[in-house]
Design a protein around this ligand. Structure first.
Ligand code: MAN
Length: 479
């Protein structure tokens, strides 16, 4: 009899604690149970009896009876599998006895037609193997990490030395530039004087040219006037001026000229002649661009071009203002100033970049500095992905030459992530403002940095269009 009572008591206790999470076990240890919301106190035997006694359902930690009420208990109120030796496995109460094996020991299907084999040992083994693999990786990673730390140290030293070198170079380039600037000013004074003299000489030549041309023109006009009249029969009426340089064009009577006037290049029209024998009008038309003529001659010579001793070309005399003249010494000095200025700009840019690098956070122990300037690739499906820490992330279609930028270096993750214990979350490298996605956002990539034996990109996913997640293993993250 006594044995039976003990057995019943054990059964009651076992039933009462079914599914109870370790942290709540003490609540179910006594002969009574107080509902978590304080609503009732019930005998322990009523716990897990498939009937909801408590308003919040907390008296059914191991049955699905109050799955709905249980939502109101606590957000972390779950059914705990019996075997949670290698990992605490907790499931929603609605998953108890639902025909699906959730717990590796099958304890969630204790009253279900589905028979769940106990796979805990297997799962345990697998988890253990994974843990060992992770540990092996960590050990290898730690060895590599020390060489990465050394490399980071060397690089920081070398950045500091670079800055020193750049500053010395800048100083000497500035001195050279100033010296060249002085020579430039001096030689340019001489050059300016030479240019002014070239201009003055050319202007004098122009004056002479104008005078010579005027004299020639006058002489020509005189000669034309003296041309004998060949025909007494065809006589000249007038020069009829036309518009637009077209001899047969629209008349412009106000500009008509007399028969003895010299018609120079630039005038169009016609010599209006009259044949006194036949009483007919005879026209000789001229577009612009003809030699100087006189209509009395044209009419009497039946339109022949007047003979000229020398045709006066209507050319403009272009004054040489001297601006194309360069003094070799001034040219050399100018080139030197330009080249030294380029060197100064280039060196200042390098100083700025190096200072930025020196001020940048490369994570605990500076470890990630060893990755700066390096890139890591992963071939996956139709793409090759290229991660350049502190640079950018690119996606290149296989066989293509052009990469799509999936984000440019922005920062480490925010503190809300699990981190190496600093303000930054060094386990995430964020790359933003990549190429715009058609109908979507600018591409961005969140790189999860985890401990590994090598620096290697292990996976890339695109959970939503143009927003990528990448996992990068590096010894730098091993602790
Ligand atoms: C390319 C790739 C894809 C992306 C589409 C969006 O094909 O960058 O990753 O989803 O563009 O159009």
């Amino acid at each position: 009899m006594h044995k039976i009572i003990v057995a019943l008591w054990i059964a009651t206790v076992c039933t009462a604690t079914r599914g109870v999470q370790d942290r709540n076990k003490n609540l179910f240890a006594g002969p009574t149970f107080r509902c978590l919301d304080g609503s009732f106190e019930i005998p322990i035997g009523q716990v897990n009896d498939e009937y909801c006694d408590c308003a919040d359902g907390s008296d059914e930690p191991g049955t699905p009876a109050c799955s709905f009420e249980l939502h109101s208990v606590k957000s972390d109120w779950r059914f705990q599998c019996s075997d949670n030796s290698f990992m605490t496995k907790e499931i929603l109460h609605s998953h108890i006895n639902d025909g699906i094996c959730d717990c590796c020991d099958g304890s969630d299907e204790y009253s279900s037609p589905t028979k769940c084999p106990n796979t805990c040992a297997e799962a345990h083994k697998k988890a253990e193997a994974e843990r060992e693999e992770r540990e092996a990786k960590r050990q290898l990673g730690l060895k590599k990490k020390s060489s990465m730390l050394e490399e980071a140290k060397r690089r920081r030293e070398s950045l500091k030395n670079d800055i020193e070198g750049f500053r010395a170079k800048l100083e000497s380039a500035e001195a050279d530039r100033n010296e060249a600037e002085g020579r430039k000013t001096k030689h340019e004074e001489t050059e300016q004087a030479e240019r002014a003299s070239i201009k003055a000489k050319s202007e004098a030549e122009k004056e002479l040219w104008i005078a010579t041309r005027a004299a020639k023109q006058a002489e020509l006009e005189e000669q034309l006037k003296k041309q004998p009249k060949e025909s007494e029969v065809v006589i000249c009426s007038k020069w009829r001026q036309t518009k637009d340089c077209i001899g047969s064009g629209e008349r412009s009577p106000d500009d008509d000229k007399n028969c003895e006037d010299v018609i120079t290049d630039g005038w169009s029209g016609f010599c209006d002649c009259f044949d006194t024998e036949t009483n007919n009008e005879v026209r000789h038309e001229f577009d612009c661009g003809h030699k100087p003529l006189r209509c009395s001659f044209v009419c009497s010579h039946n339109g022949a071009e007047p003979e000229s001793v020398d045709s006066v070309k209507d050319e403009e005399f272009k004054v040489d203002d001297g601006s194309s003249f360069e003094l070799a010494e001034a040219r050399d000095a100018r080139e030197q100033v330009r080249s030294k200025q380029r060197e100064i700009d280039d060196t200042e840019r390098k100083i700025k970049e190096t200072e930025e690098d020196l001020a940048r956070d490369f994570g605990p122990d500076d470890a990630l500095l060893a990755l700066k300037g390096k890139c890591f690739e992963l071939e996956l499906r139709e793409y090759s992905y290229k991660l350049c820490p502190f640079g950018d992330v690119q996606q290149v279609r296989k066989g293509g030459s052009h990469g799509t930028v999936m984000g440019r270096w922005k920062s480490f993750g925010e503190q809300s992530y699990s981190s190496w214990g600093s303000k930054q979350d060094y386990s995430h490298m964020l790359f933003a403002d990549g190429e715009h996605c058609w109908g979507g956002p600018h591409r961005s990539t969140d790189v999860h940095v985890v401990c590994g034996a090598e620096n290697v990109v292990v996976s890339v996913e695109e959970p939503s269009m143009c927003t990528y997640k990448m996992v990068f293993e590096t010894p730098a993250a091993c602790e």
